[in-house]
Design a protein around this ligand. Structure first.
Ligand code: ZN
Length: 206
């Protein structure tokens, strides 16, 4: 499988698509029957995206891309787990994506829940919600210890920590970044204006 895009080109494609989305001047490329047929035999997405599940963070829409363009993994609060690492390793090792985007956003319910849980002011009934929120509270505690207080600061910290956890835990991903085959971007999406803003980058000129 040949990957036609470099890391920097892949990030530029996403930035351009997001500009289209912000302005409302959408291309709607790769969303038709011809593209669907073309992709039956093989996919070569130009980036992998790991983002929050929030319904307002629809990956292909906010980057104005279509079928076959993005390999998307999402969960509430974009919390790293073994299955997430496995999916992202698949994107790098098998699909040879040149870019992974970690995408958080403002007003994230999972971050807000992490703050509430850290204060002890919320209780969830769901057994597995605890697992997820408990993965966010250490980030909140680290932020508090250096004087951070706002959801925005915690959100940005969590995006940076997700990037570093990904690189620390996955040897394949770490090696691909070192070898110059892969870039990682941590970014924040602004719900109100639809804009994706860079928070952190590795192995990329962004
Ligand atoms: Zn969220």
């Amino acid at each position: 499988m040949n990957q036609p895009w470099t890391t920097d080109q892949a990030w530029q494609l996403l930035l351009t698509g997001n500009k289209n989305f912000v302005s409302g001047d959408l291309s709607h490329e790769h969303q038709d029957a011809a593209k669907r047929q073309e992709l039956v035999a093989e996919q070569t997405p130009f980036a992998a995206l790991f983002g929050c599940s929030d319904s307002r963070l629809a990956a292909e829409m906010i980057f104005d891309v279509g079928l076959g363009d993005l390999f998307v993994v999402r969960n509430a609060g974009q919390v790293i787990a073994e299955t997430i690492l496995g999916s992202l390793e698949f994107a790098v090792e098998v699909l040879k994506v040149p870019l992974i985007v970690i995408l958080g956003h403002d007003q994230c319910g999972a971050i807000t829940a992490g703050v509430a849980a850290q204060k002890g002011s919320v209780k969830f009934e769901g057994e597995f919600i605890h697992n997820l929120v408990n993965r966010i509270t250490p980030t909140i505690e680290q932020g508090l210890s250096v004087g951070e207080t706002t959801i925005e600061e915690f959100t940005r910290r969590h995006i940076k920590e997700t990037v570093s956890e990904l690189v620390q835990r996955s040897e394949i991903i770490r090696d691909a970044v070192k070898a110059g085959r892969l870039g990682i971007v941590g970014a924040e999406y602004k719900l109100g204006i639809g804009e994706v803003r860079l928070v952190e980058s590795l192995g990329i000129k962004a």
